[in-house]
Design a binder for this molecule. Sequence first.
Ligand SMILES: *Cc1c(COP(=O)(O)O)cnc(C)c1O
Length: 421
Amino acid sequence: MNLFEESKKYIPGGVNSPVRAFGSVGGDPVFIKRAHGSKVYDINDKEYLDYICSWGPLILGHADEDVVNAVVNAAKNGTSFGAPTELELKLAKKVVENVPSMDMVRMVNSGTEAVMSAIRVARAYTEKDKIIKFEGCYHGHSDGLLVKAGSAALTFGQPSSPGVPDDYAKNTLVAEYNNLDSVKKLVEENKGEVAAVIVEPVAGNMGVVLPKDGFLKDLEEFCKNEGILLIFDEVITGFRLAPGGAGEYFDVDADLTTMGKIIGGGLPVGAYGGKKEIMEMVSPTGPVTQAGTLSGNPLAMAAGLATLDKVCAPGFHKNLAEKSEKLWQGMRDNCRRLNVNYAFNTIESMGCLFFKEGEVTSFKEATSSDTDKFAKFFHGMLKQGITIAPSQFEATFVSDKHSDEDIEYTIKAHYNALKDL
Ligand SMILES: *Cc1c(COP(=O)(O)O)cnc(C)c1O
């Protein structure tokens, strides 16, 4: 039986999240049966070395023993209560202790939900409706964030998906990443109406695009002066760049921070938090409605806690960065040896090779990549038993389970795949 063909009869496109369908690289997606450490295995037990890492959550690799034990033990005691638990307290404490800008945190079930809720709180707190996001930053699929820059070059947002009313999109203004002037201009044009600026401190949904020196600091200062809340969407960067995420890494004090991915250790968790005064706006302390039947689910809390216990331990990020740097350096050497000058953006354990010469610092530059070449490169890697995300505009993630041997093999495969283009 062809699982993909069969799945397409019952699930739109055969997948529960579109990019999994291999649409932009062609061919049929690999159906996974099981995974362990740095490896995933398809339905025929073919082994792949995996750098998708479930799109970010699996910084400890697949089926980490401590995480699995924590989940199994939690499950034995009941899978959901709809009542407060000590596990929720422990995870909340862990988050607040590690993330300097967060005094309080609320758990939800996905990054989408975290961002949607944080924006609601920001609007309630400032009593303003408009928000500014950056072109190419992804903040989940809630209506008000499925917005792209309008035809009037970077002013009013337009829905980027059918089904999103123009009326929702009109409160979302779109600025250019790494361009503070584009933010200033929007604020000037919408004086006194902007509640918040939301940014991925390292953009991880248009490939990997790093903030230019000073961009985040200047954005922080500008927002403070204007009385606009700064929201760091750390769904990817949270716990990946440092125990305190991008806020700690770049020394920026965001008013609100959203999390997802790593915080759930592979189970569905999102979280948003920040300054006490702002978070106390949330019900039942304050008037802002936000609730969830499975929020703070004990299995998910146990997975998150077991993950953060390891990730926030001293030396974890230093080790992971050294491991990652070996990989990035090997890939850089390959490019040099093959005389290709593609942009290759890396930071800590996330990286992206853009099939575009020169640098990539913006959405415009990212989207001028040669995606056909990327597709060939992707299949070149896949043929050699390596899974990277099936899209040019995603990050490659290194986990602490990738061994020296894995990395050496990957560097060789990367050379071969590039050479064959
Ligand atoms: C993945 C992601 C989201 C959405 O999280 P989901 O759990 O997929 O809803 C939001 N923001 C960023 C930066 C992300 O990478």
